[in-house]
Design a protein around this ligand. Structure first.
Ligand SMILES: [Ca+2]
Length: 222
């Protein structure tokens, strides 16, 4: 009996230790992560339990196979807590090019998962307006059944975002109309214009904004 108690205690302590280790580790995987510590990703500022909007986004789409956060332009371009500032702006790395070490102005770091924690508009107004047209890689990819497409436009434009199959046939118009300068996040639910789920395969999403035109490949894998 005693043996089982020891085994049980060992398992509990290993589990707790692994939680503590992974928590510290994750904080070090986003720029200036140590400033908000566990509150970057969790509702409870001391960590554990439910994740906030940023933590949920990371868990859904930005963990690699080892469980490490994949910080980069796509995660930086999203506004996870919907407060009008991208995760990159909140963590002082708007472009998402951070790969370690100190970055930006630590005194301006705000919490990307807390809509009440936001940078002062004047301090980031310039950084917040994209400097160029960009169509980012969709995520997840491959996907099933839906995927998110992010694009940026530096000025007001008539925009269309459409999905084509490998034969160049139009499958779905995701967005069409006048858009202000900014970053946009659009979801394609894997359905055609008639609301039918499309078959597995390679698709292309194409952004047209003024004279800018770019297409990217994506894979629906059921
Ligand atoms: Ca935000």
């Amino acid at each position: 009996m005693k043996k089982y108690i020891y085994i049980f205690l060992f398992l509990v302590s290993s589990f707790t230790a692994s939680l503590l280790i992974s928590r510290d580790f994750r904080v070090g995987q986003i720029p200036n992560g140590g400033i908000n510590s566990c509150a970057n990703c969790h509702v409870n500022p001391s960590g554990g339990g439910p994740r906030n909007s940023f933590g949920q986004k990371v868990e859904e789409s930005f963990l690699n196979i080892q469980g490490n956060v994949q910080w980069g332009p796509q995660l930086a371009a999203l506004d996870s807590d919907g407060d009008g500032f991208t995760n990159g702006v909140e963590l002082q790395n708007p472009t998402g090019n951070w790969s370690g070490g100190p970055v930006g102005d630590p005194s301006k770091v705000t919490n990307p998962g807390d809509p009440f924690s936001k940078p002062s508009p004047t301090s980031v107004a310039i950084e917040n307006i994209p400097q160029q047209y960009r169509l980012l890689n969709n995520y997840p990819n491959p996907f099933n059944p839906s995927t998110t497409i992010v694009f940026e436009i530096p000025k007001e434009e008539y925009v269309s975002l459409q999905v084509f199959n490998i034969n160049g046939e139009l499958i779905k118009t995701i967005s069409q109309g006048e858009f202000n300068a900014g970053r946009y996040e659009k979801i394609w639910d894997g359905k055609d214009e008639y609301g039918n789920l499309v078959v597995s395969g390679i698709y292309f999403y194409k952004l047209r904004a003024g004279h800018f035109e770019k297409a990217q490949q994506m894979i629906l894998l059921k």
